[in-house]
Design a protein around this ligand. Structure first.
Ligand SMILES: Cc1ncc(COP(=O)(O)O)c(C=O)c1O
Length: 438
């Protein structure tokens, strides 16, 4: 027996996991390098999901590992409340440079959920600071995922995540989702149909009045609900309606930030600028937990007009943790030195063709792609939603590839450093899995 297997798996209450099923048939990862994990039995597992959309530069990236190792010996922890350390400031400047200086300020958190709750709070407090304290309503979207805090859950639109947790925040509303299999199946990039769904924001404005609405938050590409790419023109129209009514637009870029669509952010890919962006995951190459809210200058500056004192009563003990800052600084350096975005761009057509080549395999009812992302939707087994895709993910793991499934959708998002041979391995094995699925 392998000595690294845990003696007992009982105590760890696993997140977003079928605990009983997993513990009966565990899938344990013990090391990672480049494009591969190694499981507890020594098998190489090709990472088709960058962990959980986290690892654009590949696993155990030497420069990032060295930066974190060095920092832990130098400054293990330092508070950022009324105190600071240089790496937190240096990183903030470099992150703003990475956005092309489209944003002026960054507020650190430790996760995507915290970034979302932070952005929602900033939106409400921003309006209050300008004397528009009635603007408190928050608008998300059906099928949206914004993490698991009460704020993110309230604007989120995935029923299973919401239904067990009571009434959530008052004053949250939702736009319709944009998924339309009848009109848009097998799209490459932005689907053709659905721009008019953005006009539903006008309906919500008519219902609540703009003077009561603080912000709209959406994922530019919804990930956790199964890769929903915005219809052509949709984000631009949403931006226009927000501008017309003085509503802040927040893009939740927790998965789309840091190169997933081959551009720094999805905002760059779609050419639409939000007022705030929430990020996490790739910001440190997944190495150390970190999230961040990127804010336009005008939002930050509205707080700085207040009487002297703490301007925003919000923050986390670990906001700007030295290890996370070191990991993120090294990640940005790797993006530059190894031309990660350029490589991702060069791989995109090969990726897209390989995904769409799965069309026609058993159970495949849609394939959608954008950047280095793919969603492959399977016909559900009648009466057993999600079971077919879950079975696919278990078979794939047994065959040596890590895929992610949500409902009956396979969502793929590999490290951006993948090469053609990895694309071939991933889709070769996935095709076999699909051909042999009940
Ligand atoms: C769009 C989006 N927002 C927020 C989150 C939550 O991030 P975290 O799990 O780091 O709290 C996620 C996680 O996948 C996400 O995809």
């Amino acid at each position: 027996m392998n000595e690294t297997k845990p003696a007992s798996m009982s105590a760890f209450w696993m997140p977003f996991t079928n605990n009983r099923d997993f513990k009966a048939q565990p899938r344990l990862l013990v090391s990672a390098e480049g494009m591969y994990y190694k499981d507890v039995d020594g098998n190489a597992i090709l990472d088709g999901t960058a962990g959980l959309w986290c690892v654009p530069c590949g696993h155990a990236q030497p420069r990032i590992v060295a930066a974190v190792s060095e920092m832990v010996g130098q400054l293990d922890f330092a508070p950022t409340f009324q105190m600071g350390h240089p790496a937190a400031f240096d990183l903030a400047e470099q992150l703003m440079e990475y956005t092309g200086h489209k944003f002026g300020h960054v507020f650190y958190t430790n996760s995507g959920s915290e970034a979302v709750d932070t952005a929602l709070k900033i939106a409400i407090a921003y309006h209050k600071a300008r004397g528009e304290g009635s603007r408190t309503r928050l608008i998300g979207r059906e099928r949206g995922y914004h993490g698991v805090g009460f704020g993110g859950l309230s604007v989120g639109g995935i029923g299973a995540n919401r239904k067990h947790f009571g009434p959530l925040l008052p004053g949250a509303d939702h736009l319709p989702h944009t998924h339309d299999l009848l009109k848009n199946a097998f799209s490459r990039g932005e689907p053709d149909f659905g721009v008019e769904l953005a006009d539903e924001l006008e309906t919500l404005v008519a219902l609540h009045d703009a003077s009561n609405i603080a912000a709209v938050i959406i994922e530019p590409v919804s990930g956790s609900t199964g890769v929903l790419v915005p219809p052509k023109g949709y984000l631009k129209r949403l931006r226009e309606i927000c501008d017309k009514h003085g509503i802040l637009l927040i893009f939740d870029e927790v998965i789309t930030g840091f190169g997933r669509l081959t551009t720094p952010f999805a905002a760059d890919y779609f050419g639409v600028e939000p007022d705030m962006m929430t990020t996490a995951k790739g910001i440190t190459n997944g190495t150390v937990p970190m999230g961040a809210v990127f804010s336009k200058r005008f939002i930050h500056d509205a707080f700085m007009d207040a009487p002297a004192g703490i301007e925003l009563f919000h923050g986390y003990t670990y906001s700007g943790h030295p290890l996370a800052c070191a990991a993120s600084l090294a990640t940005l350096a790797v993006f530059k030195e190894q031309a990660i975005l350029e490589h991702a761009k060069s791989m995109q057509p090969y990726w897209e063709d390989a995904v769409h080549a799965l069309r026609g395999l058993p159970h495949v009812i849609d394939i959608r792609t954008v950047g280095l992302v793919a969603g492959i939707e399977l016909e559900p087994i009648p009466g057993k939603p999600g079971a077919r895709a879950y079975a696919a993910s278990k078979k794939a793991f047994a065959d040596g590839v890590l895929i992610r499934t949500t409902g009956d959708i396979v969502a793929l998002s590999p490290p951006l450093v993948l090469e053609k041979k990895h694309v071939d391995e991933l889709f070769g094995k996935l095709a076999d899995v699909l051909k042999n699925l009940d």
